[in-house]
Design a protein around this ligand. Structure first.
Ligand code: PSU
Ligand code: MN
Length: 306
């Protein structure tokens, strides 16, 4: 039912380090051609750290682990070869995209599901989805949290996207039993900024420590993910107050435009880009690369420690 590229299948059979990467950030999170460059750079950084990169998406209805260069090109341009748009795929529409033989970019939730089917243990993204601001009225809570609750995977991120309610997102993660681990950080990062000021459950100073935490988490009977949160490198940080102002403005525009459901996150990210005059893109790129490199180190540690 899923297609795994030859080199990734071989790496998994040989119990080598593999890192899963998502495709929604490519198709719906970043503009072309920056998205294509970032996708390639993430894969290269994973390889440089001694692991195999597996970028995941739905190609012509088939969940595909290890997208080819030409497939990545289609995702980056947001269009299947026949010109139809590339769907954003979570848990609610995975089956229909498969059945209708469409192309789909997988979110954190969608990617984790396929990565588990492939037997991958480590995944990297930018920021996870979570509890949206105003969720008390809209009930908008990302399926990423459901996925993290159910799938045993090390998920490396720069916290949850800053457009969310971070305190409520942390509460949900606690409720579903996902350990939130700061990577060399005592606080939960706020995506564009290094700290939200909110405490994490524990701190890992090294990739080995993060891998050890994951092994203990699963040995203790848990079947959920471990969320490893790495702050964006300092040189690319945007001040928290600046991001708060931009977020408020982006949310105001979303309200006026009547944006709902799965269109909310891509809409807000692209308004953030305009409001910050492109600065948010540079930061998004930097944190994606940082997370991919850390995930690869953790994957290598996991293989060695097992
Ligand atoms: N991180 C980024 N950019 C993104 C996303 C994450 O730096 O575009 C995507 C992820 O695929 C995540 C999704 O799963 O946004 C969350 O969307 P929603 O809030 O609609 O569940
Ligand atoms: Mn949502």
């Amino acid at each position: 039912m899923i297609k795994i590229s030859e080199s990734i299948a071989q790496a998994l059979a040989d119990r080598k380090a593999v890192v899963a990467l998502e495709s929604t950030v490519i198709a719906h999170g970043l503009p072309y051609p920056l998205n294509l460059e970032v996708a390639a750079e993430c894969e290269r950084l994973v390889h440089d750290a001694g692991a195999i990169a597996a970028t995941i998406g739905i190609v012509d209805g088939t969940p595909t682990v290890g997208l080819s260069q030409t497939q990545l090109q289609s995702f980056a341009q947001g269009q299947a070869p026949d010109g139809s748009p590339i769907e954003k795929v979570g848990w609610n529409n995975l089956a229909s995209v498969m059945m209708k033989r469409q192309w789909g970019a997988t979110t954190v939730a969608g990617t984790l599901r396929i990565a588990r089917l492939a037997g991958i243990k480590v995944f990297a993204t930018g920021g996870i989805g979570g509890v949206h601001r105003g969720a008390a009225d809209t009930f908008d809570i990302s399926a990423d949290l459901t996925a993290l609750a159910e799938i045993p995977m090390v998920c490396v991120c720069a916290g949850a996207k800053a457009i969310l309610d971070l305190a409520k997102t942390l509460e949900r993660l606690e409720t579903v039993g996902v350990p939130v681990v700061g990577f060399q950080s005592p606080t939960f990062p706020a995506f564009y900024s290094r700290s939200s000021g909110l405490p994490v459950d524990s701190v890992a100073q090294t990739a080995d420590e993060a891998a050890q935490l994951a092994l203990h988490h699963w040995a203790a009977g848990s079947t959920s993910a471990l969320l490893v949160c790495a702050p964006v490198p300092e040189a690319f940080e945007i001040a928290y107050e600046e991001i708060e102002r931009a977020t408020a403005e982006a949310m105001r525009l979303a309200e006026i435009a009547g944006i709902r459901g799965k269109a909310v996150t891509p809409f807000l990210l692209s308004r953030m880009k305009e409001i910050t005059a492109g600065k948010s893109l540079e930061t998004n790129r930097a944190l994606l690369l940082n997370n991919a490199a850390i995930a690869a180190q953790i994957a290598v540690s996991l293989v060695r420690l097992r």
